[in-house]
Write a protein that binds this ligand. Structure first.
Ligand SMILES: C[S@@+](CC[C@H](N)C(=O)[O-])C[C@H]1O[C@@H](n2cnc3c(N)ncnc32)[C@H](O)[C@@H]1O
Length: 262
């Protein structure tokens, strides 16, 4: 039985068909191939070209057919990422050439993944496309590390936020408002600005002892988890030499399961 037939047998339904000239915008999850959805696996089995960013785990790329062309459009070795316009141009060019295209992104394409922009551009160009969700690092990566996004009696909401925008920037977040919310924050892309973000939350009124977890390389072989407090986490991260990619969880959910998870 080939891989597609095995998937269909496992799902009890036909796999979606990746037609020539179509683009699937798909999420690869946080890293571990076990967190791929079966539909994304079906996309990988049918793709002629996989256009991927740097957060897609190499073990997942290795699951593409040997004949598939892998096109890397992320950041590498500190070099800037491929401009979004170039990615959109490449997707259109491949689709118009009649290729079966899998646009594969880390996590979920619609969570800080610019998947919406790509879907809009494909729609504007009249290119048939489909969205295949993935497990986002902020939820699945933390869960795998033993941190629940919600826990009864601890929180009634959770905020997914990016720490990327510098204070004063047009798209900067109101950290005081987030501190006042009193609900856990799950931060993406916050490692470079951890000091500024934690200082802003402290100024906003979050207690210095608020638990914080930093999970780097979640679900990958190099996963590391550091637990600290809001006042001390920036220094602890420096001391431990932790680097991106990381999800940072701030709030009472951090300690509820003790040492569960990896
Ligand atoms: C451009 S965003 C992409 C998010 C992705 N679309 C998702 O849904 O997970 C990149 C950020 O996602 C987070 N991230 C992605 N994969 C991760 C992983 N395996 N471990 C920890 N953080 C991860 C990091 O905060 C990283 O800086």
């Amino acid at each position: 039985m080939n891989r597609l037939a095995a998937l269909e047998a496992a799902m009890g339904r036909a796999a979606p068909v990746l037609e020539p000239g179509h683009v699937w915008l798909a999420g690869a999850g946080p890293g571990d191939p076990g967190m791929l959805t079966l539909d994304v696996l079906a996309g990988l089995a049918q793709a002629e070209v996989v256009v991927h960013d740097d957060l897609v785990d190499p073990r997942i790329l290795a699951m593409a057919p040997a004949t598939a062309e892998l096109r890397f459009v992320g950041k590498r070795g500190g070099r800037p990422s491929t401009p979004q316009a170039a990615i959109l141009g490449l997707l259109a060019e491949l689709a118009l050439a009649g290729r079966r295209v899998l646009r594969l992104k880390g996590g979920d394409p619609f969570v800080f993944g610019r998947g919406g922009e790509e879907a809009l551009a494909l729609a504007a160009a009249g290119i048939p496309h489909r969205i295949l969700p993935g497990l986002t690092a902020g939820l699945a990566g933390l869960a795998a590390a033993g941190i629940p996004a919600t826990h009864r009696g601890v929180n009634q909401a959770v905020v997914l936020a990016t720490g990327h925008a510098a204070e004063g920037a047009e798209d900067a977040l109101d950290w005081t408002a987030l501190a006042r919310l009193g609900q856990p924050l799950l931060l993406y892309m916050a490692m470079r600005r951890l000091e500024a973000v934690t200082a802003a939350l402290l100024r906003g009124g979050l207690p210095p002892g608020t638990p914080v977890a930093v999970v780097t390389e979640a679900t990958r072989p190099g996963q590391r988890k550091l637990v600290s407090t809001l006042a001390e986490v920036a220094e602890a991260v420096r001391g431990a030499g932790l680097d991106a990619p990381a999800i940072i969880a701030i709030g009472g959910i951090v300690g509820v399961l003790g040492g569960s998870g990896r």
